[in-house]
Design a protein around this ligand. Structure first.
Ligand code: NAG
Ligand code: NAG
Ligand code: NAG
Ligand code: NAG
Ligand code: NAG
Length: 400
């Protein structure tokens, strides 16, 4: 009886591990990066521009007041296009667009202070010129493991961190083909398989993940629904049954089933349009999709798209998911406040409290952070904070 109770408690612990109340307060804190004071998208494309100074912004989400407030602007070691979090050590990692030295940039780790500002712990050199997406897996290795890929140099890497969360030792280099441009990570809930999306090679690479060491090994390569789709990011359902892959150029979300043993992906012939203009808009080259995410209650799938044209908005699309992770029905496609610039990145609340239907949208066109809430079948813009002058706003993380 007693053992059974412990067993049930453990199972429950695992079941809620991805969505939990953080602290019982109505306030949550968000950290947002920028692209640098001198950022110019054209000059940065080859990965060689000095983008100038970077900052990290702390904002408060108040779920009672339904408001968003900027509380700290912290000078950073570099502009950080993407952030990930090490919750056990209370540390955030950023891919750093520092001035390139011998064609290489950096990663930095920051301690989250009591007031949710951040302070630099350390900076290490990356494998390439445009490190972009990164990921942190707390359960891997001794103190957790950091993963990153580069969008210009076809390389990825794996770093062990120390007990404080500092980036310590590069434990693996991952090579890709010379046409690869790498963008995003997702991991199955059992932490056995990792997927890296490769826009340039039009591929999703699957890796097996060894949790003891944190090392990854290539298992297979899978193609999206069409040639030139350009897989950018992906999201896996909480039961591990489906992966939704967002195609940056295909402006669509492709649904695949995941083979739990091999990690192999099987396209289900289901693709969802990320814009209001159907699966193959005539003017598709004027848009680029950005992010895909699943809400913490597992019931909503979101996709975001940027417009490349001044004065034309991007979009947020959403679908409701059935309990098995399949698509139940289409909810909406709404315009974003601006074109998104190189962002329109959405980050859903990881918590199951009053923030559970909230998400953050960051924009680099007119430079803002916005707070949205799904209310019934509608996405409502609750608040928006303009942060101008530094090419804000890039990736964000929910700190608490
Ligand atoms: C960015 O750089 C390109 C190439 O040098 C230039 O044509 C463009 O005007 C620049 N954009 C801005 C906003 O300065
Ligand atoms: C990539 O590699 C292939 C074969 O190794 C070579 O033929 C091709 O020119 C290379 N392309 C680029 C863009 O470097
Ligand atoms: C997808 O469509 C192809 C071609 O019509 C068919 O051969 C395949 O069985 C379909 N796959 C699924 C999972 O329905
Ligand atoms: C793309 O085409 C659709 C009509 O199919 C139009 O509504 C939209 O404004 C166009 N977008 C741009 C950026 O021109
Ligand atoms: C943010 O800036 C836009 C102009 O880009 C302006 O229209 C809007 O009122 C501002 N919003 C807030 C909340 O300051």
């Amino acid at each position: 009886m007693f053992l059974q109770l412990i067993f049930q408690a453990l199972c429950f612990g695992v079941a809620v591990a991805q969505a939990q109340d953080s602290h019982g307060s109505s306030k949550h804190h968000i950290l947002v990066g920028d692209f640098g004071t001198l950022y110019n998208q054209t000059l940065m494309l080859p990965g060689t521009q000095d983008v100038g100074k970077g900052f990290l912004y702390t904002l408060v989400v108040d779920t009672e007041a339904k408001s968003l407030t900027l509380t700290h602007t912290t000078p950073a070691a570099a502009a950080h296009p993407w952030l990930s979090i090490n919750r056990p050590a209370n540390v955030v990692y950023g891919s750093g667009w520092s001035p390139p030295i011998d064609g290489r940039r950096t990663f930095s780790s920051y301690k989250i202070e009591r007031d949710f500002s951040v302070s630099l712990i350390n900076t290490v050199t990356s494998c390439g010129t445009k490190p972009i997406a990164n990921d942190f897996i707390a359960e891997a290795g001794e103190h957790g493991v950091f993963y990153s890929v580069d969008f210009v140099t076809p390389c990825g890497e794996v770093w062990a961190v120390d007990e404080r969360g500092a980036l310590e030792t590069k434990i693996e280099s991952i090579g890709f083909s010379n046409v690869s441009t790498l963008h995003g990570f997702s991991t199955t809930p059992d932490l056995k398989h990792m997927y890296i999306t490769d826009l340039g090679a039009n591929m999703i690479h699957s890796f097996s993940l060894d949790l003891d060491s944190g090392l990854i090994t290539l298992q297979g390569n899978f193609t999206p629904s069409e040639l030139g789709a350009g897989p950018r990011h992906s999201a896996i359902t909480s039961n591990g049954a489906f992966i939704y892959v967002l195609d940056e150029e295909g402006l669509r979300v492709d649904q695949f089933t995941i083979d739990p043993a091999s990690g192999a992906l099987h396209y289900t012939n289901t693709s969802l349009a990320a814009t209001p203009f159907g699966l193959s808009p005539a003017n598709s080259t004027l848009y680029w999709s950005d992010e895909v995410a699943i809400s913490s209650d597992r019931l909503t799938l979101y996709a975001s798209t940027r417009s490349k044209v001044e004065g034309f908005s991007g979009f947020i699309s959403a679908w409701s998911l059935a309990h098995d992770g399949s698509i139940s029905d289409a909810l909406f496609t709404i315009p974003t406040p601006a074109n998104g610039g190189t962002s329109n990145i959405i980050t859903v609340s990881p918590w199951s409290d009053a923030s559970k239907n909230m998400l953050i949208l960051t924009d680099e066109d007119t430079d803002f952070v916005a707070l949205y809430e799904l209310q019934g079948r509608e996405l409502v813009l609750l608040d928006l904070v303009n942060i101008t002058g530094t090419h804000c706003c890039s990736g964000s993380v929910w700190l608490d």
